[in-house]
Write a protein that binds this ligand. Structure first.
Ligand code: NDP
Length: 321
């Protein structure tokens, strides 16, 4: 089958398009699907670079949409349109999906949105409802506010009546963040914390959602209010250095968390609950996905380049078939 394969981890050029990759075979707790669209996520770049480990050769990718080819238990009919996450190897014509990580795609959701809605949508959902159940009148800061997760988290936080301060790198991204519901938008700077506090009545924000990591982390500690939460959920600019817990004291008894989708979908029915909230939001029009880039499968390397060079906005997908 056609697939992207990585034989040696490294830069985007290691994403090799091949037409001779052996199709996978599902175990009893998996379902084999034919992939129409695969989502491109920042985590895919961590695997490609070897920051997260996978044995080589491997096919990257975590999520997508397509039709069921074979369910070894015979529970899901062949041809059912599904979307999934946590299926490693989704940059391919076929992938085995854990049966507890797929959903039927409701009518009215377009294939590009379906291909990227679960990983980023569920992440945004657990950030805004799970890490802390953000309340009306609370304030938060979201870094990379015009990115895939950023635009979704902004919409969800704004819909709950929270004040969202968004951090972005360009005027175009600032406009997108505003459209998503940010009440004020800032550019990255060493004075970010001071600027945000000034805007927030002189006090720090209740929660910081930082998916940028290394470049923004020290400002994230500065901008949170005493006893507030710094939620470090990614490392788009590189991983944060190890830190002395005493820093949490000197910044006002703040909380630091480094969450994952795994932990926030592990509870009984939790994946289904978050997936349902995301798909319902899309169908009802209250949650909008911006598809900022569609690339043919063979051009996965270019998709990664654009994502890492900060050229993309919203969500990025690969058209597989
Ligand atoms: P994005 O679409 O947000 O793309 C990354 C964005 O990060 C860029 O567009 C850019 O926006 C910003 N950025 C800031 N500094 C840099 C830098 N030095 N290099 C590259 N980008 C930079 O990606 P995703 O929505 O896929 O992911 C966002 C973050 O969320 C990632 O860190 C990812 O790992 C994390 N994540 C975490 C999950 C979890 O459960 N913990 C699950 C899913 C995603 P700008 O130009 O505006 O700065």
């Amino acid at each position: 089958m056609k697939a992207i394969q990585i034989s040696q981890t490294g830069g985007p050029e290691t994403l090799q398009f091949r037409d001779d990759v052996e199709a996978p075979s599902p175990s009893d707790d998996q379902v084999l699907v034919a992939v129409d669209v695969a989502g491109v996520n920042y985590i895919d770049t961590y695997y490609r670079e070897g920051i997260y480990h996978a044995a080589t050769p491997f096919t990257p990718g975590q999520e997508g949409t397509g039709r069921v080819l074979h369910d070894p238990r015979g529970e899901i009919a062949e041809g059912t349109l599904v979307a999934w996450m946590d299926a490693f190897g989704s940059y391919a014509e076929q992938v085995c999906v854990p049966r507890d990580r797929l959903v039927a795609v409701p009518e009215g959701i377009d294939p590009h949105t379906a291909g990227t809605m679960l990983l980023q949508g569920i992440t945004a959902h657990y950030l805004i409802y799970g890490v802390h159940d953000l309340q009306e009148g609370e304030s938060c800061l979201i870094t990379a506010g015009a990115g895939g997760v950023g635009l979704l988290a902004t919409q969800m936080a704004a819909a709950k009546g929270a004040r969202v301060y968004s951090v972005v790198s360009t005027e175009e991204k600032a406009e997108l963040a505003r459209e998503a519901g940010a009440s004020a938008v800032f550019y990255y700077s060493d004075e970010l914390a001071e600027q945000v506090r000034r805007h927030n009545g002189g006090v720090g924000v209740d929660v910081v959602y930082d998916g940028v990591g290394q470049a923004t982390f020290s400002e994230s500690l500065e901008v949170v209010r005493p006893r507030g939460i710094v939620c470090l959920f990614g490392a788009a600019s590189g991983p944060v250095e190890p830190l002395d817990p005493q820093l949490l004291n000197t910044h006002g008894s703040i909380f630091l968390t480094r969450p994952s989708t795994g932990a926030y979908t592990a509870g009984e029915g939790e994946f289904a609950m978050r997936a349902q909230a995301v798909t319902q939001g899309i169908v009802e029009g209250t949650l909008k996905f911006r598809i900022g880039g569609v690339y043919p499968l063979a051009e996965a390397a270019q998709a990664h380049r654009d994502l890492q060079e900060r050229k993309t906005t919203g969500s990025v997908v690969l058209q597989v078939s």
